[in-house]
Write a protein that binds this ligand. Structure first.
Ligand code: SF4
Length: 443
């Protein structure tokens, strides 16, 4: 396998330098940004598995990028800026895809689909087109503050209500500010009330545990939030069969995000907080039975953290784990934390680094990170300042979404020659909608 960059390590294990080792190899690898999504309306004819799959649906990506600025989110950071597909291209992709595949569900995908500037028009037009057929619409995990009554109505127009998932990510207002997830408890309660009042009986809420600066009470606040969600649902509907599922995973710091310098929370601390949260939910007589609780242990996240922020020395750890029998580690019945600990100790024995060094260690500003030569356009100093703003002693400072506020100079647009591309286009021909109206019932 040819290597185009040499890595020089310092005596303490940190990277001293990354240098190209061949003539003509640039100092960094730059990402490419597709600016005209309408020119690439793919997939057109996706393969339809003969076996049952987890997501039985035709997926259309309605926009790329996200500038909400969640500090944990690698996808949001590295895919900037926002570029929307037009309502007409979305419509023709849905029509062609449903015809080609026969799927009865269409997923409108993106990093935050409800943020598309014409999401209401898309949902209404598609629901109109497929009225009376068995084709339904779904959105992936939806921002709490972007869901609305129109979406609720259109997503359930055919009587189908696919899963509704929201991701507040943090239980307390304080921790949501740290991660720049600017949704309030009122936003969440308003949103779930809309959903329950529109006929949903169950919503799923995603959270993370082990976030930077997190304290026990931030995680326990999830229990309070879940109780209020159930209470709001019961009040909105007058029913007792309202349910919500709290799904929680351990936070893993990712490259190219403001949290790339953060120390990862030790697995034992994550497990302890999750145990306390589970106990708080179970002990609640009034609401406990209405709240489902799903979580992952902290240990697999440490291995994820090793792979997430490792350098090329971690390749030896992976090889050692594989030689020792590691397979399908994402499945808990195959996962062995002890195997990974032993493999790391074996493979890194000659180096001044270990598993903790890669995971639970906080990095300093001047440390060269293993991915620094991969250029996603983000200004390193902006990322660092955002990290400092997140953990500021007086409380985190938040960043707005540059789709709707002035550019705050994260660096991507000037570095990559790109710009934010959003509608609404508001385009109509002779007052008619631009989504293709199907004449064959959508089949
Ligand atoms: S450069 Fe400015 S407009 Fe472009 S993504 Fe960054 S903050 Fe937004």
């Amino acid at each position: 396998m040819p290597r185009f960059y040499d890595v020089h390590y310092l005596p303490d294990g940190r990277i001293g330098q990354v240098v190209p080792n061949r003539p003509g190899v640039p100092l960094s690898v730059r990402k490419h940004t597709l600016m005209d999504l309408d020119a690439w309306p793919y997939p057109r004819r996706p393969v339809v598995p003969v076996a049952e799959t987890v997501h039985e649906r035709y997926s259309v990506e309605i926009f790329r990028g996200c500038t909400r600025g969640c500090r944990f989110c690698q996808a949001g950071m590295i895919t900037r800026p926002v570029r929307e597909r037009s309502i007409t291209t979305v419509g023709s992709m849905v029509a062609g895809g449903v015809r080609a595949t026969g799927f009865a569900e269409v997923g409108l995908l993106s990093l935050s689909s409800a943020d598309h500037s014409e999401i209401n028009e898309i949902a209404v037009d598609l629901a109109d087109c497929y009225e009376g057929t068995n084709t339904g619409l779904s959105l992936p995990s939806t921002r709490v503050d972007a869901f609305n009554v129109t979406l609720a109505n259109e997503l359930s127009r055919n009587g189908r209500r696919s899963g509704l998932t929201f991701a507040p990510e943090g239980g307390s207002e304080r921790i949501r500010k740290v991660i720049n997830k600017m949704v309030t408890e009122d936003d969440l309660l308003r949103t779930v009330t809309t959903a329950y009042a529109s006929g949903w009986r169950q919503v799923k809420l995603y959270f993370m545990c082990g976030l930077p600066t997190e304290r026990d009470e931030d995680v326990l606040a999830i229990a309070d939030l879940a109780r209020r969600v159930i209470a709001a649902g019961r009040e909105a509907t007058g029913r007792r069969d309202i349910k919500c599922t709290v799904s929680i995973g351990a936070f893993v710091p990712k490259p190219h995000t403001p949290f790339q310098w953060a120390s990862q929370c030790p697995a034992g601390v994550v497990d302890e907080r999750l145990r306390a949260l589970g106990a708080a939910l179970r002990s609640d007589r009034a609401y406990g039975r209405s709240i489902g609780f799903r979580y992952h242990d902290g240990a697999p996240s440490i291995v994820e953290g090793l792979l997430s922020r490792g350098d090329r020395r971690v390749g030896r750890v992976i090889l050692a784990a594989w030689r020792d029998g590691a397979r399908f580690d994402g499945w808990s019945e195959y996962f062995s934390y002890e195997r990974w600990v032993a493999s790391a100790a074996l493979a890194l024995a000659g180096d001044p680094v270990d598993l903790d060094w890669y995971t639970t260690r906080e990095r300093e500003y001047d440390e060269i990170l293993p991915w620094d030569h991969l250029d996603s356009g983000l200004d390193r100093d902006w990322l660092w300042q955002d990290w400092q703003d997140a953990v500021a002693a007086g409380g985190a400072a938040e960043v707005e979404d540059c789709r709707w506020t002035p550019c705050y100079e994260c660096g991507v647009c000037p570095a990559m020659g790109t710009e934010i591309q959003t509608g609404p286009t508001g385009e109509r021909i002779d007052g008619k909608r631009l989504l293709p109206v199907l004449t064959d019932g959508g089949r």
